[in-house]
Design a protein around this ligand. Structure first.
Ligand code: WT7
Length: 654
């Protein structure tokens, strides 16, 4: 990898044009992009109305597009009715019944191919099973499952009958599950005996039982999929096996034609106060942007095999696994296990085995796999890949370059997609056949997305490289509708400033000379050092650009004089430096960051550990790091941490 030039996000200036070969076959070509943008600029509602008519099947066509009479509770397509499951499955059956919808692989290597017809039949059977257990339109159903096809089947079955699902990631603890069930007042829980990850059984039913015995009095029924096959307890009258529930059920089930605005799902995400927010999404508006982005950004075409590695417990697993790619009639790959099982070549082996053509994953996964060198990807034939994507956090240029050269062989565009649970679908992203990319930048807004960066007064910041609040100025179809059961918190969180006119994303960002967006971090991750605004991400990116550093997280610590001082938590290549080695490394890294960004950005305190505290989804727990940096006592729950042991190291106690 020594021939890869390493830049930090602040000095990044390389531009990668889409290859002529890719651009020639892309769905969206430069002239299409210009036409879409022009239409959206001239007639915003007309633009979305046209997309909604073209890309979705309606039961009752809508005549009204945007209803902003009760802003910021926006509504779309309010007099239309449709069904999401019908749009994802039934409408493909006439021509593509035998096309593979899902290629599934378990950690042990077991595989299953499910055609659109089979998916239809299984979704209908399960939908009928739900009805038999009394589930009706509007009921909340919690899904706490491993990453197996039945998770998607359960989601689609809820959509088919108009029930509102809330998927809780299988890595969450019993307490988290209970809180989410209670907040939604869910009447049913769908789970499995257990899942598999890293060779270990994930005790889903055990956690579910614990959750149910400590609250969850709204739950009437539990359906349990047999997956791991190990012994679990079943409670009479409450629990039934999936196989028994579907036995004898019909393989057809008339879709419930729901209103465009009826909720499709809730998805809980953490807020700054700690109490999770039930992000409520609509049916039609959500599905529309799931479709537009799968077509425009992932360029899905008839023969594509799309693998988005996200779990269905996250929004990415909703929009780019369970809904969007099915609505476009695509073949998707689902994988149950861990990326390091049996070794760091697993993803690349699966790309070869299943001829994956579009691959979408997170920077944290790329960095983790990059650590093992080029040897693993080089063992496999990755020539089927034509497009790569990333999501979840800013990708540091070094990881971007590795993805580009070692995985994409310098042939494949990379779409760095910025979006949120709340936005429902990609917002800022390159279009792969159109946009020249820069490592570390999510580039430009999609057509129909009115994104800006503003100052405290809500004024657009036109000066290049000046940070501000990332906002979305017009409502868009897949935006969240509210926070479940807490309309007030919805307004307080997303429309708290600028006279309630703009959606506040909670990220800070800057635009470069070309107008490209660079995400600097969450608003509360922005440091203020001696009156200078510094993104934690910018310091992190400088640190990881050093050869000795594998990963870094930076937080602020209140400082009397400077406002904030910078504390860096660093993971080094090889052994964790201690004693004199650590001191030397601290000096080197301080000078390095000083050279890269400026003396102002030199961390005041650098600590080394074997890992960073992360949630099971790979998000660094910054609030915890801030507590550690401030030397305060940890009061928050660390049970959802992937690696609890590093906490003591970071505190300097081990
Ligand atoms: C936050 C949303 C969207 C699905 C996964 C995360 C950060 C997301 C990027 C990106 C820089 C990114 C932002 C955003 N983020 N994608 N491409 N570049 N930052 O969903 O848990 O709702 O988190 O993730 O900070 O606000 P989420």
């Amino acid at each position: 990898m020594s021939d890869i030039e390493i830049n930090s996000v602040l000095t990044e200036n390389r531009l990668f044009e889409p290859s002529a070969e890719f651009a020639a076959k892309a769905r969206i070509k430069p002239e299409d992009y210009q036409a879409l943008k022009k239409k959206a600029d001239e007639d915003y509602e007309g633009f979305w109305a046209e997309q909604a008519k073209q890309l979705m099947d309606w039961h009752t066509p809508f005549t009204r597009t945007l209803d902003d009479s009760n802003a910021p509770y926006f509504k779309w397509f309010t007099d239309g009715s449709m069904n999401v499951s019908y749009n994802c499955i039934d409408r493909h059956l006439a021509e593509n019944a035998n096309k593979t919808a899902i290629i599934f692989e378990g950690e042990a290597g077991d595989t299953r191919h499910i055609s659109y017809q089979q998916l239809h039949d299984e979704v209908c059977q399960f939908a009928n099973a739900l009805k038999a257990k009394g589930i009706k339109k509007g009921d909340r159903v919690v899904i706490y499952m491993p990453m197996v096809p039945e998770a998607v089947i359960a989601m689609q079955a809820c959509a088919r009958i108009g029930a509102i699902h809330s998927v809780v990631f299988g890595g969450f603890s019993a307490d988290s599950l209970r809180d989410r069930i209670d907040d939604a007042r869910a009447v049913m829980l769908i789970t499995a005996d257990g899942g598999t990850r890293g060779g270990k059984v994930v005790e889903l039913k055990e956690a579910a039982d614990k959750a149910l015995s400590s609250g969850c009095d709204s739950i009437e029924n539990v359906i349990v999929l047999k997956r791991s096959g190990h012994d679990i307890a079943m409670q009479d009258g409450r629990d039934s096996w999936w196989s028994d529930a579907v036995a004898g059920q019909d393989t057809t089930c008339e879709p419930e034609w729901v209103n465009a605005e009826d909720p499709l799902f809730l998805l809980y995400t953490s807020g700054s106060t700690g109490k999770p927010k039930g992000i409520q999404h609509s049916s039609a508006g959500y599905l529309l942007n799931a479709i537009t982005t799968n077509l425009w950004v992932f360029d899905l075409q008839d023969d594509d095999i799309f693998w988005c590695t996200a779990d269905v417990g996250w929004i990415t697993g909703h929009t780019y696994v369970a809904y969007g790619p099915l609505a476009t009639g695509t073949t998707i790959v689902m994988y149950e296990g861990g990326p390091m099982t049996p070794d760091a070549g697993r993803f690349w082996k699966m790309v070869e085995d299943h001829k994956v053509s579009v691959f979408y994953t997170a920077p944290t996964a790329i960095r983790a796999l990059m650590k093992f060198g080029d040897e693993y990807p080089n063992k496999y034939d990755l020539s089927s890949i034509r497009l790569l994507g990333t999501v979840g956090e800013p990708i540091n240029p070094e990881a971007w370059m590795w993805y580009h050269t070692v995985i994409g062989k310098e042939r494949c565009p990379i779409v760095d997609t910025w979006w949120q649970t709340e936005t429902g679908a990609n917002v800022l992203t390159p279009l792969p056949g159109v946009t020249a990319t820069k490592p570390g930048s999510c580039t430009l807004p999609l057509p129909g997305m009115d994104v800006d960066i503003v100052n405290e007064d809500g004024e657009s910041i036109t000066e290049a490289n000046t940070g501000g609040y990332l906002v979305i100025k017009k409502p868009w179809p897949s935006m969240l509708r509210t926070i479940w059961g807490d309309d007030e918190r919805y307004v307080d969180t997303y429309y708290p400033k600028f006279g309630g006119k703009y959606y506040l994303a909670g990220d800070s960002a800057r635009r470069d000379e070309d107008g490209y967006f660079w995400i600097m971090g969450r608003i509360d991750d922005v440091l203020n050092v001696s009156g200078h605004r510094l993104g934690t991400m910018e310091v992190e990116s400088a640190l990881v650009a050093n050869d000795a550093v594998v990963e870094a997280a930076v937080v602020g610590r209140p400082h009397e004089v400077k406002g904030e001082s910078i504390v860096a938590f660093v993971i080094c290549q090889g052994e964790r430096p201690v004693g004199e080695d650590a001191e030397k490394m601290v000096t080197e890294l301080r000078n390095w960051v000083g050279d890269q960004i400026g003396a102002i950005a030199k961390p005041d305190d650098i600590r080394f550990a074997d890992g960073l505290p992360k949630t099971r989804s790979g998000k660094i727990m910054r609030r915890l790091l801030r507590t550690i940096a401030a030397g305060e006592e940890i009061t928050s729950d660390t049970s959802t941490l992937e690696n609890e042991a590093v906490v003591a190291q970071l505190q300097g106690k081990a």
